[in-house]
Design a protein around this ligand. Structure first.
Ligand SMILES: [Cu+2]
Length: 354
């Protein structure tokens, strides 16, 4: 039975989820720790992720979530809580004329990662993590990214932005596909300012991306942006059964339900800036919704005036944007995909405001 057909018959699960959402909103359950999640998943009265997912072959009976457990971040080699505020500025030096050159080295590596408790996925990674490092530069700098392929498969790095054909990171130009054990250097200017992404561009493209070869690429405007608590959310998913029809696990920054277990701590009244990237494959649209607050939305971050003031944004594949928000009240507030199916399968979390 296909995933889509399976979903068509499980409207009961959707109703349970809505009940769960209401329960969270009314404070019937107080998230904030693994204990909360365990209570949700073991209390026979309260609906929790495990029962919500049960009819999807998920929960503790299936591939998507295991009762009360969390993933082994140490074995993964990364923790989504760290990835959230981890910006990689590379190494800089000045050319004789005074121009800044910013340099990185990224290594492709095949690596099994745990994307939900007990759910292992044979990922292809940049620098051993999914998403890859958040590369960050300032408008107008000269960027050099040395790419080393330590994977068993040919890969590239394709950056969104302006560059010459040789630096496009596609198989047909420049150094083309970088074979296992080989390397190349991509050189281009940091422009335009905004929020972009990079990913492998070797075919079959969907698989090379879906395996985990993508990351956020931020170009700060010359004049900078207002001071804020900044974070990166790369919305992604994992097609763990390799049927290429959809995904069985959804998340921001890879680990399903991670920020249910570990809410994102923010200060009341402080400006929070979210760099939101949709790296999802196999599903054409993803979304981001905040509870109890609205945000200014800057599509692609390429203009300094927001386009929307909203509490939800829809993003197509590879689409991204900057969300700026402030919380007015202390408490714990959900954020999640408003596509209920994705939320149930891992794409939800909480802000803890104090
Ligand atoms: Cu690739």
């Amino acid at each position: 039975m296909s995933r889509r057909r399976l979903l068509a018959g499980v409207s009961r699960r959707g109703r349970r989820f809505l009940f769960y959402m209401r329960a969270c909103r009314t404070g019937a359950s107080t998230p904030g720790s693994g204990r909360w999640l365990r209570r949700l998943t073991t209390d026979p009265v309260r609906p929790g992720p495990d029962r919500l997912l049960g009819s999807h072959g998920g929960g503790n009976k299936g591939p998507t979530f295991k009762r009360g457990d969390v993933v082994d971040h140490r074995a993964n080699g990364f923790n989504p809580t760290d990835i959230l505020r981890d910006f990689d500025y590379g190494k800089t030096r000045r050319l004789p004329g005074g121009r800044v050159v910013r340099e990185w080295e990224l290594v492709a590596e095949d690596k099994e990662i745990e994307v939900a408790p007990g759910v292992k996925f044979p990922a292809w990674t940049y620098n051993g993590r999914v998403p890859g490092p958040t590369i960050r530069a300032r408008e107008g700098e000269l960027l050099r990214v040395r790419f080393v392929n330590g994977s068993a498969h040919p890969h590239t790095m394709h950056f969104h932005g302006f560059h010459s054909p040789e630096m496009d990171g596609v198989p047909e130009s420049g150094d083309g596909m970088i074979k296992p054990g080989k390397s190349t250097t991509y050189e281009f200017e940091a422009e335009p300012f905004g929020l972009h992404l990079y990913h492998c561009h070797v075919g079959p493209l969907a698989e090379h991306i879906a395996r985990g070869l993508y990351g956020a690429y931020i170009v700060d405007p010359k004049q900078g942006r207002a001071e804020a608590d900044e974070m990166v959310m790369v919305m992604n998913g994992f097609n763990t059964n390799f049927d290429f029809e959809g995904n069985q696990v959804y998340a921001v920054n890879t680990v399903a339900f991670h920020h249910v277990n570990e809410p994102i701590k923010v200060r009341r009244g402080q400006l929070v800036r979210i760099y939101l990237v949709n790296a999802l494959e196999f599903d054409p649209i993803n979304s981001f919704h905040t509870h109890a607050t609205f945000f200014d939305y800057y599509p692609t971050g390429t203009k300094l005036e927001p386009r929307d003031f909203t509490d939800i944004v829809m993003l197509g594949q590879a689409e991204r944007g900057i969300c700026e928000l402030r919380f007015r009240h202390d408490g714990e507030f959900m954020f999640h995909a408003h596509k209920t199916e994705f939320a149930e399968l891992g794409w939800m979390g909480f802000f803890k405001v104090s």
